[in-house]
Design a protein around this ligand. Structure first.
Ligand SMILES: Cc1cc2nc3c(=O)[nH]c(=O)nc-3n(C[C@H](O)[C@H](O)[C@H](O)COP(=O)(O)OP(=O)(O)OC[C@H]3O[C@@H](n4cnc5c(N)ncnc54)[C@H](O)[C@@H]3O)c2cc1C
Length: 448
């Protein structure tokens, strides 16, 4: 059997998941070559309008903690303790994410996170990063990567290939072409576009401790704070048709629409028209692939295996959990990849399917329900139950964002808790009815 140091691993893609994976594998003692199609992001400015920040929560923190990176990553992070709901009448309502009020998700720059992970990977013995190296093709029979670098092609082989090349993974497509994996792409009819609320007088123009949401039923806008005291806003609108991106063209149309839908945001967005006109519309989809590995030679990790919708802020978190689980599997089978990759797939696929479902459901919650009075009441009731039953009752949001309870268990637990809520709510109604009847009787003098 080949020793760990003699096992050559090729990681394709140095995004969030690929760079974290390289750190983990390097620490195990592997020789790891990471191939990334882009130039080194540490030496170029960020792309315009492409998911500037993201929410980092417990699952990601857990993965970073295990390799002592959490303090570096969290240094510029901005905690968000709840949602700030912006009504069409410019009203503001704050909803805490936890019953205690002290739990927060963290807004973090995607670029900064990626750069910290790249620095850490580069500093890990055995890891080599190769930028401007685009995977053009992958051959499973020989585990060969054909890479394009500066206009010329070269080939490299590896003992194990790990694909972290994201949503449009070339490795996954190569496996699909030869029938070694099957892929279902569930495109969302909504796209996203990013806008900016800059700092005002050197300070945040809105509350920086919140994730801001403008729920508008069929669509929404959200905003997360950045360390430079700006906010990145993201519109989630239909790609076409009524209320969609295609319907607004002229500056007047854009301003009129935003003034009607997001009146309190417009005065805070001096570059609204320009941002709207020039920033691209990103696509959103869920990728379901199966299997995620072939013969212990090649494995899919992160978005390459399971891109999900962004509405629970869990896509990267789920990819980070993949890395932790793969590392755990390697521990359990003494680095036998033929056993580790199937074990990893078995444990993770069910969970990625679960969070894919939760993320889809959360879109409806964010764009529609969060603004309603009944949602607020339910949240209050949930938080009250959490206080009465500490550690026993945990809202779905808290389980996803503040624990590492496997996503599939979150779904099961949430279903059971919903039944308890229904019974408790029924009990409360009966108690109130009984009390009211007793009081009425007393008032009418008929209870003696
Ligand atoms: C609008 C939006 C908001 C989001 N918000 C959150 C959030 O709040 N929290 C969260 O956890 N997740 C969030 N996500 C999801 C998150 O961005 C992804 O899950 C995460 O980036 C996946 O990481 P990855 O490394 O698997 O893929 P990617 O980040 O896509 O990285 C893939 C890498 O592979 C490289 N690559 C691609 N093709 C090739 C090739 N042929 N050869 C070589 N290299 C290649 C790419 O250049 C890239 O560097 C959001 C996503 C979107 C779209």
């Amino acid at each position: 059997m080949t020793s760990i140091a003699d096992t050559r691993i090729a990681v394709v893609g140095a995004g969030l998941v690929g760079s974290l994976l390289a750190c983990y594998l390097g620490r195990r003692g592997y020789t790891v070559d990471v191939y990334e199609r882009r130039p080194d992001p540490r030496s170029i400015p960020a792309e315009r309008g492409r998911s500037i920040n993201l929410a980092l929560s417990e699952r990601g923190l857990d993965a970073l903690r295990r390799i002592d990176l959490v303090d570096t990553v969290m240094a510029p992070a901005l905690p968000m303790h709840g949602r700030m709901i912006h009504g069409k009448d410019s009203s503001l309502t704050f909803q805490s994410y936890s019953s205690s009020g002290d739990r927060a998700i963290n807004s973090i720059g995607r670029g900064a996170l990626n750069e910290t992970l790249l620095d850490a990977a580069e500093a890990t013995a055995g890891v080599q990063l190769h930028f401007d190296s685009r995977l053009a093709d992958y051959d499973l029979a020989t585990n060969t990567l054909t890479l394009e670098h500066g206009g010329s092609l070269n080939s490299v082989t590896a003992d194990v290939v790990l694909a972290t090349d994201g949503f449009g993974s070339v490795v996954r497509q190569s496996l699909e072409r030869i029938g070694r994996t099957s892929v279902v792409t569930d495109m969302l009819e909504f796209g996203y576009k990013e806008l900016t609320i800059p700092a005002r007088d050197g300070a945040f123009a809105m509350d920086a401790d919140s994730l801001h949401i403008w729920p508008r039923g069929a669509s929404m806008m959200i905003a997360l704070p950045n360390p430079d005291q700006s906010f990145t806003c993201t519109l989630f609108w239909p790609k076409a048709g009524d209320g969609g991106f295609g319907t607004l063209e002229t500056p007047d149309e854009i301003l009129a629409h935003f003034t009607a839908e997001y009146p309190d945001a417009v005065p805070l967005m001096p570059t609204l028209v320009e941002d709207y006109q020039y920033n691209p519309v990103g696509l959103l989809a869920t990728i379901h692939s199966d299997p995620w590995q072939v013969d212990g030679k090649v494995g899919l990790v992160g978005d390459a295996a399971h891109a999900i919708l962004p509405f629970f802020g869990q896509g990267a978190m789920c990819g980070f959990e993949d890395v932790v689980e793969l590392d755990r599997c390697l521990d359990e089978v003494a680095d036998d990849w033929a056993l580790a990759l199937p074990m990893y797939q078995e444990r993770r696929r069910v969970n990625s399917e679960a969070i894919a479902q939760l993320a889809k459901e959360n879109f409806v919650e964010m764009r529609d329900k969060v603004g309603s009075k009944s949602f607020l009441l339910t949240k209050k009731f949930e938080h009250a139950l959490e206080k009465v039953l500490p550690g026993t009752y945990l809202s779905r949001y808290e389980m996803v964002s503040f624990t590492t309870i496997p996503y599939s268990e979150v779904i099961e637990r949430a279903k059971k808790q919903q039944r308890v809520m229904a019974v408790a709510a029924g009990g409360a109604v009966i108690a109130v009815a009984t009390l009211t009847t007793a009081l009425l009787r007393r008032v009418s003098g008929s209870d003696d």
